[in-house]
Design a protein around this ligand. Structure first.
Ligand SMILES: Cc1cc2nc3c(=O)[nH]c(=O)nc-3n(C[C@H](O)[C@H](O)[C@H](O)COP(=O)(O)OP(=O)(O)OC[C@H]3O[C@@H](n4cnc5c(N)ncnc54)[C@H](O)[C@@H]3O)c2cc1C
Length: 273
């Protein structure tokens, strides 16, 4: 159907981003293609050390997945902070990622987890890394005629600490600033670090300099200060009802600090939840 209708059609997943866009006349598709009954786009499973999540899996299904709770709790922690229960019953992981909204939370979670996305078009299937998929506001690597079918995530190694720290004004709001982190320790120093930032630029931002400042060093107050400083330097927020740019930059530093501290605690004490 996408092939027949071309750019006059839009895919409809949970509708919780697309329908608001249509109400505002930012999107005016002639045709909606409902993905709701494609069973192959649903489900969560583990295959050879990789998690596969169908694009039409809802936030609520992520939250209640015992597989994700055990094998990838960062997704559960992140999904619980998205919107409100009504939205989470309809909104899908694939829709959240495909929409390309810098305010959406899954892009940062997926970058922190080294995820990749499976995209299918008439010409065939390709798999692209989450890091590099998000090009700008509402712009992604998805080509016209392509659909995201699933998400692949390498199961985090044992001892991987994680955290999604999100500042929002109230339940149901998008982030004022948020940071997704994974962190692993080895031999008394940081062996692996991923830091990705939500809603403080025109798309999700991976704070590469902040990661590099941590890797190979002990996790101490100095390293934490430096990582938070570099995350603030990496972001580029604009003023809106959630605050001015300076406030959002400061909150980016604070969310990075909190996410790293919690991830470190979890990495250092893996037996604790
Ligand atoms: C009140 C409110 C609060 C919200 N708060 C948050 C929040 O805090 N954090 C957050 O992350 N999100 C938030 N959202 C957005 C919500 O999570 C959306 O559900 C989500 O962004 C889009 O998912 P969806 O399944 O509803 O997609 P839809 O709205 O159906 O689609 C969104 C876009 O993606 C395209 N699309 C959908 N699925 C695919 C696919 N498989 N392949 C290719 N293209 C596809 C559609 O064509 C459309 O352009 C909020 C929404 C509302 C209404």
């Amino acid at each position: 159907m996408l092939g027949t209708h071309g750019e006059t059609a839009k895919l409809l997943a949970g509708g919780h981003s697309l329908l608001p866009m249509m109400k505002l006349r930012f999107a005016q598709p002639d045709h909606l293609i409902d993905l709701g009954r494609l069973a192959g786009l649903k489900g969560i499973r583990e295959e050879n050390g990789t998690l596969w999540i169908g694009a039409m899996t809802t936030e609520n299904e992520l939250i209640w997945s015992t597989l994700l709770q055990a094998r990838c709790p960062l997704i559960v922690e992140g999904a619980r902070q998205i919107a409100d229960p009504q939205v989470r019953y309809r909104g899908t992981l694939g829709g959240d990622l495909s929409h390309g909204d810098p305010g959406n939370d899954h892009p940062a979670l997926m970058i922190a987890l080294d995820a990749s996305f499976v995209l299918q078009g008439a010409a065939g299937e390709r798999e692209v890394s989450a890091d590099g998929f998000f090009l700008g506001t509402y712009a992604t690597l998805l080509s016209p005629g392509e659909i995201m079918t699933g998400i692949r995530i390498p199961v985090p190694q044992p001892g991987t600490g994680y955290c999604y720290a999100k500042l929002k004004r109230k339940t149901g709001d998008f982030a004022t600033a948020a940071a997704a982190v994974t962190l692993r320790l080895g031999g008394g120093h940081v062996e692996h670090a991923r830091i990705a930032l939500t809603n403080v630029g025109d798309t999700v931002i991976r704070a590469v300099d902040a990661e590099q400042a941590l890797i190979g060093k002990p996790f101490d107050a100095r390293a934490l200060d430096e990582a938070a400083r570099l995350a603030m330097a990496a972001c580029n927020p604009v003023e809106d009802l959630r605050g001015d740019a300076d406030y959002k930059r400061a909150m980016t530093g604070e969310m990075t600090r909190r996410a790293l501290s919690t991830a470190y605690e979890r990495a250092a004490n893996p037996a604790r939840p």
